[in-house]
Design a protein around this ligand. Sequence first.
Ligand code: ADP
Ligand code: MG
Length: 759
Amino acid sequence: MGKEKIILKDICKSYYSETTVTQALHRINLSFSEGEFVAITGESGSGKSTLLRIIGGTDAFDEGEMFVDGETTSQYDEEEWEEYRRNEIGYVFQDYSLLGHYSALANVMSALLVMGIRQEQAEEIAAEYLEQVGLKGYENQKASKLSSGQKQRLSIARALAKNTGIIVADEPTGNLDSETGEQIIRLLRDLSKERLVIMVTHNYEQAEAYVTRKVRLHDGVVVSDVNVGQKQTKKEQGQQEKMKERPHDSQVDVQASFGSLLRRDKNAAYFARMNRRGQKGRAFLFTAFLFVVSVVSFLFIGELYFQADDIFTKEYSEAAFKKKSQVRLVAKRNDGKEFTQEDIEKIGAVHNVEMVDSCDYANDINFYLEEGEDYRYAYGSEQSGLSDKEFRIVSFLNKDKFMMSTDCISKEDLRKGRMPESRNEVVLYSSDEKILGSEVMCYFQAVNIWGPNEYYGKNLTVVGLLKEETRQVYFTRELCNMLSQRMDYAEYHVSYADKNPEFFPMIAEELSGNDAKVSFKFYDRRSGLIEGPFGETILRFDEFNKEGTVTGESKNYEINVLSPKEEPHEMTQKMLEVSEEVFYQFYPRERENRQASVYITSYAKTDSVIRQLKEMGYEAKSTYRVSVTDYEEERVNERLTILGISIIGLVVIFLAEILVLRSFMKIRIKDFQVLKFIGMRMELLRKISYFEIFVYCLTAVIAAIVVMWGLRIAGVLFLQEMMWYYRFSTYVVFVLYNFAAGFLTVFFFNKLLTGRLKE
Ligand code: ADP
Ligand code: MG
């Protein structure tokens, strides 16, 4: 007989419940040696399993002492018990305790990995032992799909593969037919030649021929303990001793080394992977659920960023900028000089700048191009005595179109024709190519400059057609500047005598020298009164300061106002058509284009673009920001509601996620119990779930981002609008949020698990 492996001395074990105390073992004194094949018998409830659990290190005893290789164990801490289970014990469980969703091979491998053996080697050893128990060919079969006999054998293979000195088996044949049962017992017998095998059985007859010793329990007490014969000679045993080379003993020794710490991490990844592979449906549900959570949180977090700026809850005032645009900035050079082509290109290249228009003021001038759509005529009545052509009143319908200069387009944007070159040429979009080369009447209204009732009409020639459909018409810089001169020149007024305080000079190409024209409406046909300036007259040019008082000298220009009867034209009484020559005396060209409109991709990029422009030497501000005034109660409430819903939503789905994941994971507790029994460290047990959750979260988060970007690119409008507000930090918050929920769940689950496994 070999040396004594296990000695139990006065072992007592009781189970306590709220109302009862069950003494399962009472003063057990037994010793077991290497080479023994011990059968433990006794009726149900006599304490056999309890005894086995104590020997196997999965249950603690209350009193007494257990010696392992002569050393006491009562001082063992949790880690030492783990090590004991891992390195000393091969456990064959009554209920098999397999990892049902793992393959047969993976079940055996897990026990080896737990011992710190490398994956490749573990796979080899596992395959070898599966063969030994007759499971060759079932390596990749899921454990849950095996028959009872196969499960039992797998359970044994797992215990054997560990190559430990002690094998404990709790009713290993309980669920098997007698023939298979006998096979199993023979297998255990063979093993016991070089180990200690302790087997619980209630079918002693079956085992009688093979065991070396029979221990009988009754009510937790040993009632008999007899040796039932020698199965081998001393000589045989000596030979066995030599063969008893443990193929992976050396592996076990490096447990504490840094390498094995890393390896255990790799093992956590392995177990996490096996969990995913073994339960594809579950893994899919997990990921799908996390994906939904990711998408919803992506939207809620986006909404928080989107609503962070309260500017959209304010009223827009058209006082400064008539064109209500969230994406328009106005920019000036720091030196106040006019914008050059180089400036325009430089700004145009800035990240998130869409286009630059050096004719900023024109961007607030309405234009009306399509008759019936943009404007409508009312013609002269009979009483007026004027012809239809002479008496024509125009009313404007569609006030949401504003001028833009050709700065904003290039030749590449044209489908046909050319870029406009002179003041009265334009490009536009039309499906009707016949419009190319024809003249169109265009009206302009610069409310911020001329006041609400003034307009100016001009015939323009279409010289190019745009590729992309748009209602925007692009005008030359010359025309834009002409219409907005008074704006650039805010400190000047042009007036005639004292009758009309102010005129807005316009260029009429057909005029030359000091010839000028005023509106037809100066002449009242019915009364015959002539109210406007006709004939030779003087125009006065006054310079004002910011407070509106006249500074400096007045300049006078002599002009000759032609009779309106000759050619009525489309303008109000404040307009005065002059020759180009006279016009540029009033307004020298050097003072043009000192303020540019810069259009950005989204209001979300306002601060970022302003900052970049500042670094480049331009001062810019958002036209939207300077134009919003008071809060609008309804929109303020709307914003607060959205913010509230988003925050509550995020909290709710966070908690829901934790609850759902937790219940998902609870299903796993039994698996973890198995892993614990085969000696897995708690530390590794905890890591497995982290690894698993990490992969699920990562997949879900990436999938959500990809899907959202896909939808954005595909043209889902609300995403396009919202995602401009996503910054790097939005994604960081989004990822952290999703991982936090996952990791917190694992954290709580691990706490629960630790508690459960201690029981
Ligand atoms: P056997 O394996 O011989 O059938 P057990 O060792 O399972 O017997 O049980 C011995 C006694 O201890 C029985 O009375 C049983 O009810 C009790 N017992 C076993 N395990 C527990 C437990 N976890 N909690 C409470 N009582 C237990
Ligand atoms: Mg039992």
